[in-house]
Design a protein around this ligand. Structure first.
Ligand code: FPP
Length: 225
């Protein structure tokens, strides 16, 4: 969800205001994904590298995540349809405990939702995710729960934060940069990429439609001819 800072600066606003606008877009687009019947979608909300940002910006982002999860809980209590299954993707270490608990509650409460799974990647890094998977596999071998010969690509996929979900067909990066920035690096081996200059707060349902239509024109060969 790139471009929030530039969106705010262009309007003479604080960067945190850009993230707030970005959170509105997140709500709109995640709801639209559910409406379209997309099986699984992952939003890159905070990377393992984003801790390097100024403290007030990090705090503003943590507050946005908390507000979203609290609101989702409230809506559910009032029996309003959230419409999707919320999942946390990332390393819970170094995260505010209150936020980790909120994610757990929301994951559990929305676990029986049959529609779209919305993964929120917070404190997420693709390399850290693979390293964590390698550690967990090594631990299982050490404990005699599996042998080295048992390890295949499915074993690694099953140890990632996105275990049990399909690999992404399409990865969209708004904000004008053409790089992957440590996002889903294992899962994206055969993903199609769509880069757009639109800054995330300006991203609309029509922009998602355009990306999907573009994706439909791609010829995916998965290494075959
Ligand atoms: C990158 O843009 C964006 C982020 C680091 C934060 C994204 C988070 C949100 C939009 C909040 C989402 C809320 C929920 C509830 C999931 P940038 O700040 O690097 O933009 P810039 O490149 O223009 O500076």
């Amino acid at each position: 969800m790139d471009g929030n800072g530039r969106w705010a600066t262009a309007r003479g606003l604080e960067r945190a205001q850009g993230h707030k606008a970005g959170a509105q877009t997140f709500r709109a687009i995640s709801t639209y994904c559910a409406k379209l019947g997309i099986e699984s979608v992952t939003f890159y909300a905070f990377s393992t590298e984003n801790w390097k940002r100024p403290e007030n910006e990090v705090n503003a982002l943590m507050k946005l995540f908390r507000d979203f999860l609290e609101e989702a809980q409230e809506r559910e209590k009032e029996n309003e349809e959230i419409g999707f299954h919320i999942k946390f993707a990332g390393d819970t270490a170094n995260m505010p405990e209150e936020l980790v608990n909120l994610f757990e509650i929301c994951e559990k409460r929305s676990a029986d939702k049959t529609g779209t799974t919305v993964n929120i990647a917070v404190n997420y890094g693709g390399r850290a995710e693979i390293t964590n998977a390698a550690r967990r596999i090594a631990e299982k071998v050490k404990n005699g729960e599996m042998t080295v010969d048992d390890i295949d690509e499915d074993t690694i996929s099953s140890m990632l934060y996105t275990a049990g979900q399909p690999d992404p067909d399409l990865i969209i990066r708004p904000g004008g940069e053409s790089r992957i920035s440590n996002f889903l690096i294992w899962q994206s081996a055969y993903s199609e990429f769509y880069f757009t200059d639109i800054l995330w707060p300006d991203f609309t349902e029509d922009d998602l439609d355009r990306a999907i239509i573009d994706f439909c024109s791609r010829n995916r060969r998965f290494g075959a001819v």
